[in-house]
Design a protein. Structure first.
Length: 255
């Protein structure tokens, strides 16, 4: 065999090896390969080992794992004309790789833009009190709005969470004053309720004393005994009753 034939044989072998390397593809478990043949969608491949036609087939890998999207702070004017800055976190994943590649140019950027727009639209339809107190409902509403747009792209939105709500300084002071007033209101209500219950008990006690005069005299003696515990205090009582009480004097002496 001549040198030229050997060189040609080696060249053919090299080309075959190159074609084999280009033809054999391996896709991980969490990936899929969208195959195009002469620019036309051929199908979906993977996971694992598969073969394509080199220089004819082109593949685009798509990651099917859940992705995290940080929605940057958006300035929102609420329904009651208050400006707030809100950011959120969105978790989504690709459910149909072919549609994610064909239906939209860049599904990641498109999902980020529609998330920002939907966040502003949904929160702008609510008052500040609702945004602060009912985040769970707003999260689900934002998720549903985004899902309507992204499902035709083969994108599934899993979780939407409003992360932070930044209020203007004057609004923070107003909310603090409102909270303080609410606490003062509850305190006054509790005190008034206590006074009312105490007055009811006193009325009940008065009715019992009226029916049993001896009881009120015993209560008087108990009160005198308690007063006598105080130092340098003189208590004088005057009168007589059916127990034989006479004019008396009780003096609490220094101990």
């Amino acid at each position: 065999m001549s040198v030229i034939e050997i060189i040609l044989l080696l060249a053919v072998l090299a080309v075959l090896v190159l074609i084999g390397v280009l033809a054999i593809k391996v896709i991980r478990q969490y990936e899929r390969a969208v195959v195009f043949r002469f620019g036309k969608l051929e199908g979906l491949k993977g996971p694992g080992l598969f073969i394509i036609i080199p220089f004819v087939d082109k593949i685009v890998k798509v990651d099917l794992r859940v992705r995290q999207l940080d929605v940057p702070k958006q300035t929102i004017v609420t329904r009651d004309n208050i400006s707030v800055d809100v950011d959120a976190i969105i978790y989504y994943h690709v459910t149909e790789a072919c549609r994610a590649i064909i239906e939209v140019e860049d599904f990641e950027a498109a999902t980020a833009l529609i998330s920002q727009t939907t966040l502003r639209d949904v929160l702008g339809q609510n008052e500040l009190d609702t945004i602060l107190s009912d985040r769970e409902t707003l999260n689900h509403k934002i998720q549903d709005e985004i899902r309507v747009v992204t499902e035709p792209w083969g994108i599934q939105v899993d979780i939407v969470t409003i992360r932070d709500i930044s209020l203007p300084e004057n609004m923070q002071r107003a909310i603090a004053r409102q909270a303080e007033a609410e606490r003062e209101k509850r305190s006054r209500i509790i005190l008034a309720e206590g006074e009312y219950q105490a007055s009811e008990r006193m009325c009940d006690a008065a009715r019992l004393y009226e029916k049993t005069p001896v009881a009120i005299k015993l209560r008087e003696f108990q009160t005198l005994a308690e007063i006598a515990k105080e130092r340098n205090l003189i208590v004088v009582t005057n009168g007589a009753d059916n127990l034989g009480t006479t004019v008396g004097c009780v003096k609490a002496l220094d101990r």
